[in-house]
Design a protein around this ligand. Structure first.
Ligand code: C5J
Length: 232
């Protein structure tokens, strides 16, 4: 597939975000049933999962935009091995959830890879050829091959969406920023159980001249030249 290499600008905060589609990946963070649907990990922690629904439509539109332009797409999944060998006891024992990681729940074992709850919501299911990255932590670089993958693909810029803004999205953006990637957060394609935390996170990211990265709504993204897909 040939992907356009001309520089494109997004009117963003704190200033224009310049990227080339050929060197940019979309990272869709943790759009899993365990976080977005009743009966999963998010609800077991006492959260009102309905707060996350607002991000689903924009996240789907963002995926469609990235697919049409031929961007690399990575869907992350926070989940653990069935034997919990990659789940630190401190994570499992934290708080007073109604169900802990690994416990049986209405969508299978909570936050366990391969269980229905750990899967993506239907609207945001990955397509063939897109990368699914399972991760044991909040940041997507910790304990995964993400850094190696991005280096192999020649990626320099990352566009972020998903849930939750102040936990896994922000953790991954900070990890990426420290590794030298230019990062853009699509503000309406991310959500938190605490809407004020989403808003505060966006401010933290763009403050001090973009200390963590850039932020812009979906509507600010430029039309991408269609990727040249052989045989399409
Ligand atoms: C949380 C996440 N909130 N994906 N995970 O525990 O943000």
């Amino acid at each position: 597939m040939r992907i356009d290499d001309t520089p494109l600008d997004v009117p963003a905060r704190p200033g224009p975000f310049r990227f080339r589609a050929a060197h940019t990946a979309l990272v869709m963070i943790d759009m899993q049933r365990d976080f977005l649907e009743p009966g999963g990990f998010g609800e077991a922690l006492g959260n009102d999962v309905s707060h996350l629904r607002a991000a689903v439509g924009p996240a789907r539109a963002l995926l469609d935009w990235a697919r049409a332009g031929g961007l690399r797409i990575i869907h992350t999944k926070e989940c653990h091995r069935p034997d919990l060998s990659d789940c630190p006891p401190a994570k499992r024992e934290r708080g007073l959830p109604s169900l802990r990681i690994g416990d049986p729940g209405p969508m299978g074992r909570i936050l366990i890879d391969g269980e229905p709850g750990s899967d993506f919501i239907a609207e945001l299911a990955p397509l063939a050829g897109e990368t699914v990255l399972t991760k044991p932590g909040k940041g997507a670089f910790y304990g995964t091959a993400l850094g190696r993958m991005l280096a192999d693909w020649g990626i320099t810029h990352l566009i972020f969406a998903g849930v939750t803004t102040e936990v896994c999205v922000q953790s991954t953006m900070r990890e990426a920023n420290d590794r030298g990637y230019d990062c853009l957060l699509v503000t309406d394609a991310t959500a938190s159980y605490f809407p004020e935390f989403r808003d505060a996170t966006i401010e933290m990211i763009v403050a001090q001249g973009g200390i963590v990265g850039w932020a812009a709504p979906l509507v600010a993204l430029p039309a991408l030249p269609a990727a040249d897909i052989p045989g399409a």
